[in-house]
Design a protein around this ligand. Structure first.
Ligand code: AP5
Length: 211
């Protein structure tokens, strides 16, 4: 399965991607995680992206398209993949088409802006492996410690309330038009993401079973 996950920042793309990835045994490619890792490692690309990511703005298309081209060429992507956070603009979607990659579906996880703002204030991420938790809805076994790798859980810089509002604005202006783009290709499917994680997963898996 070649799947794109669409949705506002904090809609639960990463959370659901983890579950789908395990069920279908395909890797998740999160441009956000790749860029944050580059930033942490101090690579040239990471340094270029820092100002964008910290302020919640989109990293330039050519940088992100380059990342995706390289990543999709890897062996583990040959049987399918989940794109979490890419494409995010029409030029990025066109670049994916130009690569000759035929996706099976673009799944949009729908959550209201009001719920997003509430959720983001409780998100905690592992500073070592990037795994995502929530202080109320997805608690780690031990407070402040990642279940997967033992790393410390921290607040993402772009989860500050003002930055979240900016990211939502950018989402509506630049990313949401992708729903029409994929709808025109007959590839758009949707799932409500407003409910608890487990309930959202049921809706997501039901939508995927229709492909
Ligand atoms: P990225 O890391 O992709 O951030 P995002 O799209 O803003 O998405 P998030 O990771 O914030 O949210 P999510 O939908 O994965 O939600 P999650 O599952 O964590 O991108 C960050 C930045 O990188 C961008 O701003 C940009 O600068 C740059 N970038 C990345 N890709 C780019 C691209 N293609 N082009 C240009 N720039 C790019 O869930 C959120 C929280 O809610 C968690 O705490 C979770 O536990 C909780 N939660 C999840 N589901 C539920 C539920 N159903 N009920 C209650 N809580 C829930």
């Amino acid at each position: 399965m070649k799947l794109i996950l669409l949705g506002a920042p904090g809609a639960g793309k990463g959370t659901q991607a983890e579950i789908i990835s395990e069920k279908y045994n395909i890797p998740t490619i999160s441009t956000g995680n790749i860029i944050r890792a580059a930033l942490k490692n101090g690579t040239e690309m990471g340094l270029k992206a820092k100002a964008y990511i910290d302020s919640g703005r989109l990293v330039p298309d050519d940088v992100v398209i380059g990342i995706i081209k390289e990543r999709l060429a890897a062996d583990d992507c040959q049987n399918g993949f989940i794109l979490d956070g890419f494409p995010r603009t029409i030029p990025q979607a066109e670049a994916l088409d130009d690569m000759g990659i035929a996706i099976d579906a673009a799944l949009s996880i729908e959550v209201s802006d009001r719920e997003i703002v509430k959720r983001m204030s409780g998100r905690r991420v592992c500073e070592k492996c990037g795994a995502s938790y929530h202080i109320e809805f997805k608690k780690p076994s031990k407070e402040g410690v990642c279940d997967a790798c033992g790393g410390a859980l921290v607040i993402r810089k772009d989860d500050e309330p003002d930055t979240v509002l900016d990211r939502l604005d950018i989402y509506h202006k630049q990313t949401e038009p992708l729903k029409n783009y994929y709808s025109a290709q007959g590839k758009l499917i949707t799932a409500q993401g407003q409910q608890k994680v487990e309930d959202t997963t049921k809706l997501v898996l039901a939508a995927l079973s229709e492909i």
